[in-house]
Design a protein around this ligand. Structure first.
Ligand code: ZN
Length: 366
C-alpha cells in the first residue's frame, strides 16, 4: 500500500520470508530463536494519518501539562513521570514514555497511565512533528504504561507492538502481572476523572516472542524481551544508530519498584540489568525515574535494591525464619525514605522471600 493512501484499518501480514520484502520501506522483523527472521509489513499495511485528523480529544483535561525533554544530539524525546504510586495528586503520571522521530514517521515507547496522558503525549509529538505515529511499543502490560494507548487507538493508526505475553493481559484466569479488570476498577476510583467508564484496554496489534526489529526512516529499533522479570512481558527498545535505550521497568531509578506479583522473577531481573550493561547504551531512559548517560549508574539503584532483597530474604530462608521475623530484622534504612517504599516494600520483600524459598528447595529454575 503506498503511503498516505487508503483507509483500511491496521493489519498484520505475517509469513513473508526474510529478503522477500513486499517493498523497500519500513518493516518489522521478529526474530525467533532457531528460525529464520520473518518480515512483517505491519507498517505498510497501516494507513498514515496526518496530524490534522487528530484535532480533538475527548479525555478529561490534565491540570498540568507534560514536560518534554530531548536526548542530546538525537531525535529522541521523553517525558518523566512523578516518583510515587499512581494517585490523583500526580494525575497517574508515574511512568516515563518517549518517542523517536524519523523521516518516515514516529515510534512511541509506552503510552502512560491514563487516556488523558496518552492524548497529552500525542499532542507533544504534534508540537515536534506532523509525521504520522507508526508504532507504539509497550514496555510491558501494566496499567501505568498502557491506559494511554486508548488515545493513540482513537486518533492514530499506529500499530501497538508488545511481547506476546501482553496478549494475555485481559485473559480470564491467566497468571499475569495484575488482574486487568480489578486494576481498571481500582484506577477508575483512584484516578477519576482521567480514568473513567469509557477507559478501555487496548491489546497489541503485533506481538513478538524474543526479539523484533523495526526499521523506519533510517532508524533501527531493536526490541528485546527481558522477562519474566518485573512482569511477564518486559521489553526494552534500543534506538540505533543513536544508542538510546528505553529500558522499561527493568530499570527504575530512585523509586522502590513494584515487585509484589507472582510473576516477578528477581533472578531474571538481574540478568536483564546485565543485558542493559552489555548493550552499553549512550543514554538510558528507565521506566520510572531519571535517565542517565552512564549505563552502570542507570542500573545501579535497581540492582542494589534487588540484591538487598535477595540477600536479606535468602539469609532468612536459610535460617528458617518466618517472613515477619525476616522483615523486622532487615535494615531498610537505605530505602525507607524513598518514593513508593510504604506502598511496595513489604509486598516486594514477601514475594522475594517466596522466591528464595523456591530457589532453596529447587522448585524454581531462574
Ligand atoms: Zn511501571
Amino acid at each position: 500500500m503506498p503511503r498516505g493512501s487508503g483507509a483500511a484499518p491496521p493489519r498484520i501480514r505475517p509469513g513473508l520470508p526474510a529478503g522477500d520484502a513486499c517493498c523497500g520501506g519500513p518493516a518489522l522483523l521478529p526474530r525467533h530463536a532457531g528460525r529464520r527472521p520473518l518480515l512483517l509489513c505491519a507498517a505498510l499495511a497501516s494507513p498514515l494519518r496526518a496530524g490534522t485528523a487528530e484535532a480533538s480529544g475527548s479525555y478529561a483535561p490534565l491540570p498540568r501539562p507534560l514536560e518534554l525533554r530531548q536526548v542530546p544530539g538525537s531525535e529522541v524525546y521523553y517525558t518523566l513521570g512523578h516518583p510515587g504510586v499512581p494517585a490523583a495528586d500526580n494525575m497517574g503520571h508515574t511512568s516515563n514514555a518517549g518517542f523517536v522521530v524519523t523521516e518516515e514517521g514516529v515510534i512511541v515507547f509506552d503510552a502512560l497511565g491514563t487516556p488523558s496522558l496518552g492524548w497529552a503525549l500525542l499532542q507533544k509529538i504534534r508540537e515536534v512533528t506532523p509525521r504520522p505515529v507508526r508504532y507504539v511499543v509497550i514496555s510491558h502490560y501494566h496499567a501505568d504504561h498502557i491506559y494511554g494507548l486508548q488515545a493513540f487507538r482513537d486518533h492514530t493508526d499506529a500499530v501497538v507492538v508488545a511481547q506476546r505475553k501482553g496478549l494475555d493481559y485481559t485473559a480470564a484466569g491467566s497468571l499475569d502481572d495484575e488482574a486487568a479488570e480489578e486494576r481498571l476498577a481500582q484506577r477508575r476510583q483512584a484516578l477519576a476523572p482521567w480514568v473513567d467508564g469509557e477507559t478501555r484496554i487496548v491489546l497489541p496489534g503485533f506481538a513478538f516472542q524474543l526479539a523484533a526489529e523495526i526499521r523506519l526512516g533510517g532508524k533501527r529499533l531493536q526490541l528485546l524481551y527481558a522477562g519474566p522479570a518485573h512482569s511477564m512481558s518486559d521489553t526494552m527498545m534500543l534506538v540505533q544508530p543513536d544508542g538510546v535505550l528505553f529500558a522499561g521497568d527493568i530499570v527504575q531509578n530512585g523509586r522502590i519498584p513494584f515487585m509484589a506479583s507472582a510473576v516477578v522473577n528477581s533472578r531474571n531481573w538481574l540478568r536483564g540489568l546485565d543485558q542493559v550493561a552489555s548493550l552499553a547504551p549512550r543514554f538510558t531512559i528507565p521506566g520510572h525515574g531519571q535517565p542517565s548517560a552512564d549505563p552502570e549508574a542507570a542500573i545501579a539503584f535497581t540492582r542494589d535494591y534487588i540484591l538487598h532483597l535477595r540477600r536479606a530474604m535468602g539469609r532468612a530462608v536459610a535460617e528458617w525464619q518466618d517472613f515477619d521475623t525476616a522483615y523486622a530484622g532487615t535494615d531498610w534504612s537505605g530505602y525507607d525514605h524513598m518514593p513508593a517504599f510504604a506502598a511496595s516494600n513489604r509486598g516486594n520483600a514477601y514475594r522475594v522471600f517466596l522466591e528464595m524459598e523456591q530457589e532453596a528447595f529447587g522448585q524454581r529454575q531462574g
